[in-house]
Design a protein around this ligand. Sequence first.
Ligand SMILES: [Zn+2]
Length: 332
Amino acid sequence: MIGESTSVAVTDAASVINPSTHRPYQPTSPQSISHADEHRAVRAQVLEGIRHALEEIQSTIAPEDVPSDGTSDKKQFVRHFRRIKLRPEASAGFYDLNLLDGYIEFGEGMLETMRQLDAATLERFVQIMVLHETLHLDQGLYTSNHSGVSHASVVLEEIDYIADAVSLATAIAWRARVKPENQSLEQIARDYIDTAVRGMEIFDRVEQGDSIKTLAESRLRRYLIWNLQHVRAAEVETVDDMFAMLLPRLAIEIEPLSGTLDDKFEKIVGTGSERTQLFLSLGGSLVRQSSDLPSFDVAGILDSVRAYDWHKVRRTMRYVVDVHRDLLAPKL
Ligand SMILES: [Zn+2]
């Protein structure tokens, strides 16, 4: 009935995968999709924003925007990315990307989730998400062998780091070349990296509300990585600087943390103690930082992540970058 406002569960199917974690997407209560006209109209607007964002980058992207370290064949990567056409209607599922048939489609649940992003963030999110997924295809991660990959945490984190870094580097280089709009490369880089963090956040908000109570350790590490990279973007002046900042593998852990195992045997983190330190490795060099100063509270980072308080997380990360500038921001 036109104008009727009903809610239906669309995300309680076991097959729904969160594209930002590759793990099952499990809202604590079924995600409700209102079919009231005004909500349908907003989702149609989101779909239109996605169409515009994809068309713009696909029509102007060039192999020179892709970092050399990121993929063995830049031209092929660009060709694969350009092949993906958006299905014009919202689908029945959550989302699907199929390189062989050359399409991507978004379901009502995914559109409803993306509705949380403002127009500019949505544009950037779509670009990096489709670049990320395209790189997975080049990496050999297909829909056909995707199931269960989330159990292989270390392997998945490796390929996801590369996919995140390459998609961000490519989108930032493209944006700076095609549509800089008087922004510095540093600002463009910060906007895209912030979008990567926000893109993870929207799924956690739908799943868990205003606080991440069930925080998987791998999720924590990914939030820490991209908030630290946001701070490191301060040293970016040229595209080569930006590639050199993003591409080398960065790993961050806060340990020891208490925790429990979930039903997939993934560690869900609890709390830290006075022994808890932050450890990171960048291109194979180690940094460790304990809570030895009042301005640096390692265990406190956990509370900030749970509350999506990126401002606070980045303030803490700024301290780490300051103290270890030789390694983390040598050009500053
Ligand atoms: Zn991925």
